[in-house]
Write a protein that binds this ligand. Structure first.
Ligand code: GAL
Length: 957
């Protein structure tokens, strides 16, 4: 056989029809994972197939780990492209240069294996594999993230079996797998030999529905081989194919009730985990068990920074648990069926799943979708094969409520054929596909990255469109592009999901940054491996950093989607009240314990349990807080109410915080700087209270013992990925425009240093070369002898067509001032349109810990609503009170250095200076790296502004 199968559109030959997959049974199984012999060739046919013959001498070969990708194990390199095919588009042909990995695995059968049939199962191989056992060819297949099985019983020997697998990186299948991710060839999921005793299970289909009117479940297990189905807890013992209805508790993502059962066949007992639930579109909304559900979802690619798409069990569990702990209730398995064990976790922990087929042909957009395989009948068998492999494998998971045909594959007959196949096989689930605005094949209208105003219109049914679409429920299969710092605007979306029943929530793009561990760069992204075509750090757009540390975006999302809203309620005399709204779709609040606490000056002075009635899903309760435990002393006070898990759950411990809210009882009293000190001119310096200034430039030199460098207006920030935006965005993109305007290189012209009786006033004009816009900026310094007050006034000149990145002052302190304490929003970073998770409190940290390690360095680390802050060295400190509150950022490099860095390893801390930014305002973040920009309410337009800070030197801090 030649290698012509590689670019044949057909899905393969020799493998068995797809069937239900289950993790365990009492039939023997032998994992063939581990170390395999490996040889890499540059083309598909550089070597003949004699390696597959028993006795072939592979002693000179390398070894690779299976599951794994050879490009992450020292053979070749990964390639990242978003939608461009990294080879000429000439379907179904692929390049002659086609890295091909020959794999060999030698194995003996366990002593108790028994005779009879056996299957060899591959759970995932990218992108095309040809398989031999003991020198006999079994066949070849494509469909990287789908299972393929071969009958091998007749070929097995007790000892010395040789399994040979030739894997080609590129094949016709690659045209169907143009997902935005690294191209990572290899046998990246498990390889298993399954004993098939006489009378063992074939395919089977568990149908378990729930009638919410009667609180009953109906079970029927259709099985290729007849047997019995038992569910002891429900007293069920019926024949396969027989239907039984019994009272049950339903399965939902909030209450993932599973019943253990067994499919008993003459030769095999297969454990079943049965969840009863019914999904339907009724009255134009998606309902499960009769209730509208709201997706608080994420898109999950499979990714690990060391092993790519080869995930171990611990990593999968960690993903599912992290999702649950961050209030996420839904996963879209973008853009292929995940490792099957992940769906077991979704069943067990409770996550709604949109299971997406391994199909994307996005690169054809460059050809205006000409020759798109989904609109070319020659490819239809391959498409249906993919749909069938997904549905058959995953159909017994209660968590899977929606099948998705694929992602970004344009439109065409092939998609309709897939949808028809799926509906015929499984009419009990819904179908999703985003790429067809006509919704020809789908049960819901789905969009990616629509702006807020459009989501509002859709929710109100004012979006027009084809009639078939107007009555459908609406979801955002992708929104909130979590690339770098952001996304902004999530709370604003959430309000639109809660306002309109048709808007059933969405799925953030995406779960995790795909940065690969790399000694040179920290984490590598597109281009770091010398790729000819690549899309840079567009592959790092997750809510988790590559090492699975939650980013500020995830903390924000957790708060925005919290299932319990805690906000100010009606006061009752002196006692404050809180309103507690249950935003779950099914559960009441009895699984939560509420507690109140009272902070004075940031210290908790009293706390206690708060009794909240059980409150049904969708209802709210008003609860009275106790009398304030202490009287206000000008330091600020706040009530904090938290909802905690009342018991351990499989994903979170008792006491895990699900939701919280705050009511500020009193703001700290503003700092007064009365009785003006007189400035005095001395040798080269002006002194005023604790401060000294350069007599010629008016520049601040010292505050008490603290040397201060470069204090002046700052409007620049190292553009975020969302500032830079994606090149295809229709709206103006601020990052490039700011740079073109020269905001990164403004000059400060000194117009006057005025020393009067009670103030030093420095008048300047801040402007970039080559432009007529500028900011007249005055710094007015006053003092009461102890404290120093700075009032900055800014008046824009000329026509500013762009918002400002930020507006504030920055100053340099000695590097020893690395301690930070503040009263304000924390503990983490926040920006104007991403600040829901900032809670008011007294926070301590240090400058290093204030940095957020975005894989591509960019603006980060601002703390919101800071009333006062202290920067401290081991000996002394500087306190800064804001009037009004400000945004605080501190780092050991300049904004210019942050802007220039491409990888985390480019950032080198200064040994001299801590740069502190005190911002009156910040521009929002938005989501323009792949979505809408900053909403008008979070835009920082150049306008006259005045703001003050009071600096107080602290001795012996
Ligand atoms: C979508 C696509 C995703 C990803 C995202 C941007 O268009 O479906 O796969 O590319 O944009 O990160």
């Amino acid at each position: 056989m030649s290698h012509s199968y590689v670019d044949d559109v057909r899905p393969g030959s020799g493998s068995l029809p797809p069937r239900a997959r289950y993790a365990t049974s009492d039939a023997a199984a032998l994992s063939l994972n581990g170390s395999w012999r490996f040889r890499l060739s540059a083309t598909a046919d550089a070597e003949d197939d004699s390696f597959a013959a028993p006795g072939h001498d592979s002693s000179g070969w390398d070894e690779v780990r299976v599951p794994g990708h050879w490009v992450l194990q020292g053979h070749g390199a990964p390639v990242y492209t978003n939608h461009l095919y990294p080879f000429p588009v000439d379907p179904p042909r692929v390049p002659t240069e086609n890295p091909t990995g020959d794999h060999l695995r030698y194995f003996d059968l366990p002593g108790d294996w028994g005779g009879g049939d056996a299957l060899l199962r591959f759970d995932g191989v990218e992108s095309c594999a040809r398989v031999w056992l003991n020198g006999r060819e079994l066949g070849e297949f494509k469909g990287s993230r789908l299972p393929h099985e071969f009958a091998v019983g007749h070929l097995l020997r007790a000892e010395g079996n040789v399994l040979a697998v030739r894997v080609h990186q590129w094949s016709s299948g690659s045209y169907l797998e143009d997902q935005d991710q690294w191209w990572l060839p290899g046998i990246f999921r498990d390889v298993t030999l399954l004993h098939r005793p006489a009378g063992c299970a074939g395919d089977f289909f568990v149908h378990a529905s729930y009638d919410h009117h009667r609180a009953e479940g109906t079970l029927r297990v259709d099985s290729e081989r007849a047997g019995r189905v038992t569910v002891p807890e429900l007293g069920i013992d019926v024949a396969t194919g027989e239907q039984v209805t019994v009272p049950v508790r339903p399965w939902t993502a909030e209450t993932p009730r599973l019943y253990d059962g067994t499919l008993v066949l003459p030769g095999e007992r297969v454990p079943l985990r049965i969840g009863f639930r019914t999904v339907a579109v009724e009255d134009g909304v998606i309902k499960v068990n009769g209730e509208r559900i709201l997706f608080r979802g994420v898109n999950r690619h499979e990714f690990h920074p060391d092993t790519g798409r080869a995930l171990d069990a611990g990593t999968m569990r960690r993903d599912a648990e992290l999702m649950k702990r961050h209030n996420i209730n839904a996963v879209r398995t973008s853009h292929y069926p995940p490792h099957p064990d992940f769906l077991d976790l979704c069943d067990e922990l409770g996550l709604w799943v949109i299971d997406e087929c391994d199909l994307e042909t996005h690169g054809f957009v460059e050809q205006d979708w000409h020759d798109n395989p989904v609109d070319d009948d020659r490819w239809t068998p391959a498409l249906i094969d993919r749909a069938a492999r997904m549905v058959e494998r995953d159909k017994n998971h209660p968590s899977v409520i929606i099948w998705s045909l694929g992602n970004e594959a344009g439109t065409g007959r092939g998609l309709t054929a897939m949808a028809e196949w799926i509906r015929a096989r499984d009419p009990e689930r819904l179908i999703h596909y985003e790429g067809d605005p006509g919704c020809r094949d789908t049960d819901m209208y789905s969009r990616m990255y629509p702006p807020h105003d459009e989501v509002d219109r859709i929710g109100r049914g004012l979006d027009g469109g084809p009639a078939a679409r107007r009555g459908l429920p609406f979801i955002l299969c992708e929104y909130g592009h979590a690339m770098g710092n952001g996304p902004g605007g999530l709370a604003d979306y959430q309000r639109l999901f809660e306002a309109h029943p048709r808007n059933q929530g969405g799925f953030i793009w995406e779960w995790i940054d795909h940065g690969l561990t790399d000694a040179r760069f920290g984490f590598a992204y597109g281009g770091d491996f010398g790729e000819e075509l690549h899309d840079g750090n567009f592959v790092c757009d997750g809510l988790l950093f590559p090492d699975r540390t939650p980013s500020p975006g995830l903390i924000e999302y957790k708060k925005v989607i919290e299932p319990v809203r805690i906000e100010a309620g009606a006061a009752d005399g002196a006692a404050a009240g809180v309103r507690i709204t249950n935003l779950y779709d099914f559960s009441d609040l009895s699984h939560l314990a509420f507690e109140w606490s009272f902070q004075s000056g940031g210290e908790t002075v009293a706390h206690g349990p708060l009794t909240v009635p059980p409150t049904a899903a969708g209802a709210w309760a008003e609860v009275r807080l106790p009398e304030p435990p202490v009287s206000e002393k000008g330091v600020g006070s706040v009530w904090t109410v938290r909802a905690l898990l009342a018991e351990d759950t499989p994903w979170g411990r008792l006491g895990h915080e699900v939701a919280w809210g705050q009511l500020e009882a009193a703001r700290p009293a503003p700092v007064q700087v009365p009785g003006h000190d007189r400035p005095a001119r001395g040798q080269g310096l002006i002194t005023l209270g604790p401060a000294s200034f350069d007599v010629r430039t008016g520049e601040l030199r010292t505050i008490g013992p603290v040397a201060v460098a470069g204090a002046r207006l700052n409007v620049w920030r190292a553009p975020t990925d969302n500032d830079n935006g994606a090149p295809w965005q229709p709206d103006p993109r601020n990052g490039p425009l700011w740079r073109a305007l020269g905001l990164h290189r403004v000059r400060h012209r000194l117009d006057a240093v005025e020393v009067t009786d009670d103030a030093v006033t420095v008048r300047t004009r801040v402007a970039p070369a080559g432009r007529d816009v500028g900011l007249l900026t005055d710094y007015r310094w006053t003092s009461d002898g102890v404290r120093l007050r700075l009032t900055v006034s800014v008046v824009p000149q000329g026509r500013w067509r762009l918002p400002l990145p930020r507006l504030g002052i920055r100053l340099g302190l000695p590097a020893s001032y690395g301690g930070v304490r503040w009263y304000g929003g924390g503990p983490g970073e926040a920006y104007p349109d991403s600040r829901s998770a900032a809670r008011l409190g007294l926070w301590h940290t240090d400058v290093d810990a204030m940095q957020t390690p975005y894989v591509r360095p960019q603006e980060n680390g601002a703390r919101a609503d800071v009333r006062w802050a202290e920067l401290t060295s081991p000996q002394a400190g500087l306190r800064i009170d804001g009037d009004p509150a400000f945004w605080l950022t501190a780092r050991r490099w300049t904004t210019g250095q942050l802007d220039a860095a491409e990888h985390l390893t480019d950032l080198v801390p200064s040994a001299e200076t801590v740069w502190v930014e005190l911002d009156h305002l910040q521009h929002g973040l938005g989501s323009q790296s792949c979505g809408p920009g900053v909403l008008p309410e979070y835009r920082l337009d150049a306008r006259p502004a005045e703001f003050s800070f009071v600096f107080t030197p602290l001795d012996g801090a």
